[in-house]
Design a protein around this ligand. Sequence first.
Ligand code: GDP
Length: 297
Amino acid sequence: MAFEGLAERLQGTISKLRGKGKVTETDVKEMMREVRLALLEADVNFKVVKQFISTVKERAIGQEVLKSLTPGQQVIKVVNEELTNLMGGEQSKIAVASKPPTVVMMVGLQGAGKTTTTGKLANHLRKKHNRNPLMVAADIYRPAAIKQLETLGKQLNMPVFSMGDQVSPVEIAKNAMEKAKEDHHDYVLIDTAGRLHVDEELMNELEEIKELTSPDEILLVVDAMTGQDAVNVAESFNERLGITGVVLTKLDGDTRGGAALSIKAVTDTPIKFAGMGEKIDALEAFHPERMASRILG
Ligand code: GDP
């Protein structure tokens, strides 16, 4: 299960405070030392950890907590609130263009789950928001990516726009936009190409597609299992493209939590969705508060 180690350690640490009639400054400092270690072990970015600990400490050592009737509970509440803030605070929703269609560019490295997530998102938009998206197969480089998206389309009984792999992604995107307008689709989800590493050629191509389609949303799909690497990837994509949101995939696996807890703070980009499995309906809106509560038990 995701966050298992972190959850166990944090819960162990805070349980010592729960129900305590009197909590001293030393108690809080000691607890913070343990929380710090737990976060670092969970592969959370060290700068993020430092900032987090200092904020929690400041609040928890304040009068409102130590002088309260249930100081132990208050400290836990502060940790919970700050964990929630760290992951973005409020839930961040997918964009809706004032004039349809809303264009969503799906970007990310190969294997992160981009194509799968494109299908999941189409399903989500139809089911939860009553939308009528057009999926666009613009990943012409990864063998089978187009076929994979078409198969997802068939499974969902939803349209996929493709022009094979001999036409440039920019051309595909251009034609797809026309098709979407013609057929009155309210969302266009463009599954772009990924590579094994961030490279110049990939970024240039994505920039061109961005230029042409003026996306309302650029969603970066990252694999939560890759921890700090996911954060580095997010930084690179953000610098070049200005991403508007992140989809963290494979949160059903035994990820330690580093990516989930660092991405918002490092890139200032909200996590909008979480991939919770390989199945087409395994996509959830990301709720920072629920995630924090899950970690703290
Ligand atoms: P792409 O190269 O980024 O388009 O990646 P794919 O969409 O082909 O996904 C790569 C692999 O990750 C596939 O085997 C997917 O089934 C799997 N995958 C994608 N999202 C999730 C998820 O949320 N949880 C799990 N467990 N597997 C996922």
